[in-house]
Design a protein around this ligand. Sequence first.
Ligand code: GSH
Length: 216
Amino acid sequence: MRKLKLKLIIGNRNYSSWSLRGWLALKHIGRQFEEIMIPLDQPETAAAIAAHSPSGLVPALDIDGTVVWESLAIIEALHDLAPEAGLWPRERQARAVARGVAAEMHAGFAALRRDMPMDLRASKPGQGHTEAALTNIGRIDALWQQCRETYGGGGPYLFGAYCGADIMFAPVVGRFMTYAPPLSAVAGAYADTIWNHPDMVAWVAAARAEPWTIDV
Ligand SMILES: N[C@@H](CCC(=O)N[C@@H](CS)C(=O)NCC(=O)O)C(=O)O
């Protein structure tokens, strides 16, 4: 069968948390892809993104001419394309919970996203620790502990093996590294695991080398 052409449109790595999710998912399935990176917050950004993405947002994934937008939908489309890659857990109940966890991240935690915007290069311990953001973080910490305890026996990730739920939380880990909120021992260890995942390491290294600066 002919290989499908994959093209991922992302924002710049230091700031684009949603792009990180799409990119990690695509890296995880191990297929070759073309990457188009559009720096955010520039005069030409909106027009450049609109040329690729119907929502005007990144990430967007072009699969042989069919464009998928929204990070969670991109993970699902890639799971359809490469079910063997394990973007979702193999076991039905774990897979259902992993999808719930990923959807909660996709739909929620607005205060955390507002008060601790992703800025991978920066170190700002103590900043953004608003009551609302810390409430979000409390829920995330409890969620991570619950997943690790119930499903994490087979490996160091939320459901044992690295999957779409970990990918959805990877930018949150980036925020935790920048803003250093208080975390339980289990959540702290899990955050370190994600931070040291080879794909995350590669993304952060590239973010550090970027020239653009946005006042977040
Ligand atoms: N719900 C969307 C959110 C996408 C989003 O908000 N992307 C931001 C960048 S992280 C964006 O494209 N912003 C447009 C801009 O800054 O011009 C998803 O899951 O993909």
